[in-house]
Design a protein around this ligand. Sequence first.
Ligand SMILES: C[S@@+](CC[C@H](N)C(=O)[O-])C[C@H]1O[C@@H](n2cnc3c(N)ncnc32)[C@H](O)[C@@H]1O
Length: 439
Amino acid sequence: MIRNGTSAILEAEVTDLSHDGRGVARVDGKVFFLDDALPGERVRFTRGRRRRSFDTGKTETILSQSPDRVVPHCEYFGTCGGCAMQHLNHPAQIAAKQRQLQDNLKRLGRVEPERYLPPLTGPVWAYRRKARLGVRYVPKKGGVLVGFRERHHSFITPLEHCAVLVPSVARLLPALRELLEMISCRDRIPQIEVAQGDNATALVFRHLVPLTESDRDRIRSFGQQHSVQVMLQPGGLDSITPVWPDTPPLLVYALPDHDVEIIFGAVNFVQVNAAVNEKLVQQALDLLAPRPQERVLDLFCGVGNFSLPLGRAAGEVLGIEGDRALVQRACENAAHNRLANVRFVTADLYADELAGAWLQQRRDKILLDPPRSGALEVVKQLPALSPQRLVYVSCNPATLARDAEIVVRQHGYRFTHAGIIDMFPHTAHVESMAVFERA
Ligand SMILES: C[S@@+](CC[C@H](N)C(=O)[O-])C[C@H]1O[C@@H](n2cnc3c(N)ncnc32)[C@H](O)[C@@H]1O
């Protein structure tokens, strides 16, 4: 141990990458999660927070460098919490995500697929079509800050540009800051939700106190000048009202391989990376292989991202979703795409005792795409639905592993395939797909 002013400098070999992109090292049996350190590197670091099972640390010197280390593309890397892995080359990012999926399945779920699928990849920059930008008024830092949260803090990193946001949004960052500086209640605007469709880009300004007429005029001219839809959200999601244009068209994205166009609202959930989503939908359909006489269930269906393409191939599709507004949108999407064989129902898929007519019928195939907390309640009910095949799209390998164990060990399904989907390059998010077949 070396002393540097007041803080001790420790030295260690980095052996692994944590689930949030930090280097993992051990000193005297204690585990450290180190910012900016990569597996294979020897580093000097200062200790950060002390926790019961691990401490955190900040890398001060890299004594021997990983061959996979690259110079981060973005000047905000290290401060901004938007990306965690820009210092690792892209193939190594993919390998790390693949390892994380495998480790979770093996260690937490005690299951392994018969075969791993090749990773699904797409554009690695300018891919993010949906985001929530934080806003803070901090006079000490020069006024209004617009950007993503800082790593491990709730402060906002002021961004003038961003390499992962789609250009139609990234280009607005400096102008947004200038606009907000002029707004009377700039200290009462916590966030701006941004969304890009194939037809337009929309911004939703959340504000905690009423805006003045001149605030509204400024926001309106911003929309006009930059050709983006602008909306205000004074309260809950149903309080959103357009400022410009007066009646904006809803956003749409196309899934051309399935002859489907999906309508969505600026605050509705949609998959973040449009190009990877197209591949994701295609792979899910290839693996599920719906046939014209089959009945398919799409659980956690959102606005119908999988249900509508499934409806082109299957006999009947039922989508289930907890958010009533999304179910309404999904129904509009079925009509918009003239898919009379696709229906949607609202249900809470995390209820302790799952109930509803949808549970009383056997299904040939099921697609499952839950939030990070997984689908425990649904997988417990799998025998009632008794599908021949289940395709599980996951955004958290730990809950996928927990659920896979039940599907395989309690319900006796074969675990045929698993693979990662690079939906969020340069971040530590691991999206994956797993396929189970009734034995
Ligand atoms: C990962 S998203 C998937 C959406 C859709 N499959 C897609 O590809 O766009 C998860 C979905 O689960 C829904 N959800 C969250 N909690 C739920 C609950 N308790 N019951 C049913 N659906 C829920 C969310 O509203 C969201 O639409």
